[in-house]
Design a protein around this ligand. Sequence first.
Ligand code: GAL
Length: 643
Amino acid sequence: MLGVCYYPEHWPETMWAEDARRMVALGISHVRIGEFAWSRIEPRRDAFDWGWLDRALNVLGNAGLKVVLGTPTATPPKWLMDEHPDIAPIDEEGRPRGFGSRRHYTFSSQTYWRESARIVEAIARRYGEHPAVVGWQTDNEYGCHDTIMSWGAEDLRAFRQWLRRTYQSTDQLNEAWGSVFWSMEVTEFDQVSLPNLTVTETNPATRLDFRRFQSQQVAAYDRMQCDIIRAHSPGRWTTTNMMGFFTEFDHWPVGENHDFVSWDSYPIGFVERFPFSEDERNRWATTSHPDIAPFHHDLYRGIGGGRFWVMEQQPGPVNWAPWNPVPKPGMVRLWTWEALAHGADVVSYFRWRQMPAAQEQMHAGLNLPGLQELSVGGREAESVGRELAGLGALPPNEQASVALVFDYEAQWVLDIQRQGADFRYFELAFRWYEAVRTIGLDVDIVRPGQSLEGYRLVLVPSLPTVSDAAEQAFRDSSAVVLYGPRTGSKTRHFSIPDQLPPGALRDLLGIRITEVSSLRPGLSEAVDGLVSGAAIRWVEHMDVASTALAHFADGHCALAANGRHHYLAAWPDARLLSTTLELLCKRADLKAHALPPGIRMRRRGSLHFAFNYGAESWEIPNDVELVLGERILAPQGVAIWRV
Ligand code: GAL
């Protein structure tokens, strides 16, 4: 269940066999290679050099390792960029993004599509049936370094084609976008321009469509790679590696291209990527916030249809965050077990050995820079290897009782028109997730429209556009459901629904939103009733035909219920969120109890895991029989017992 990312091309060939032997000794079964190696595979056009890769695969395979082969399309080589400058992405200010790092391509470049197909086919033909190759990773981290959106001629050409297919006539386009406003109407699709470089804000409907278009380009490009691999590599699986706190493309359709998805877990680096308070950042600086990695495990398990890998696991300090502390001793082990507890098939560390040169020379590996000597993280991986060998196969993951609906379009819509500077969708979703995790409940993250059968409690932090499928799934569900602010607030074409929000959910909820109000930092509105606390950032006023369960101080309803369906007309502060969840857990007949700070639980089948991210020890109830760990769960400790 352990893996590692390895770059044979970075090391003298004389090191490979010993590296492979030491991987196996550590308990590693899988090794990912090749994802940036285009310049070594094809140093000049059509002059392929397969020799080194043949030998690397043989060395790894002979050692008993299973190889995950990456397609090298995240790093088009210099000769290709010189031949075809149109491959380069263009930034929002209209400047080309140059060669010299990675991901310097736009998904809309026809040349790059062709060149990618060519290199993927060459590799898949050569290694598709190699006995050491068990699976494939397409590309590497689609969108990393802000590379989903590109704003050049190639992108405009493809966007116009997409609009033609989507709207058929410019009349329909003008109607959908409300283009009569500010005389934005067009009479030819070739008059459409990209939503950048304008005097003031561009039409939100155009921006939403441009995002949808770019997102679909990613899925189609990825699909093209998968199809080629499948044609030449029978019996092998495909995956792609996704990122943390990343919403620039819709991951659900990309997940459909693959047998399962994987993601790259850098829990400490991500502390800086989330709008935590400074106090929280300091508190979690060397352990990470206890819900960051779990949120993504649950998300990507959902996107992968019930399975996932961690393709890159942080092994020590990274190099790319503003500050890069050494993790507290024990955290590399804890993160590995946390991923396994959430159902990961394999946790693969990034990387085998720290590279003394180039951009990532300050990024730790399982081995010290240039040496065949384990780092602190390497020794922790080794201890997980031993523990796993002792435990045997882990049971399959089971469905949780709580589902959280997560939607990429929600992020785009709410970002395109925030209406309040700090209305951040991902933050809202993460805080709701955190609140359920701190009362000891497991969560599945699901796609809008997915069946909600079997869930007792469904959380919808916000879902501005409610598709027919999503509406149906809510109607069919027998769960207690909580919808958050701005749910149903927009049509598919980014306008206010007929008869007002929450649009299609109006009758289900028995409410109608007549006014919304964003609150500056420091302002709040008290809420009282069956739940209590305060609204911060956002308040809605609604007409209520259903039951009001709590009110704002000015008398407006804050929480409404129509049978099992509840609507919270506010961005809740921590207390309002926790009292609301408490009430809903009761209504859903779910047993929940607050865990001590920093303690988290997770069940995987018959195994129950406890993790201590906090600073204090915690005593595990003594009616359980531990299979790993101590009854006193020390900071950074892991314990496992059978349910
Ligand atoms: C990931 C990437 C790796 C490496 C790593 C460093 O984003 O996939 O190639 O750069 O970060 O943490």
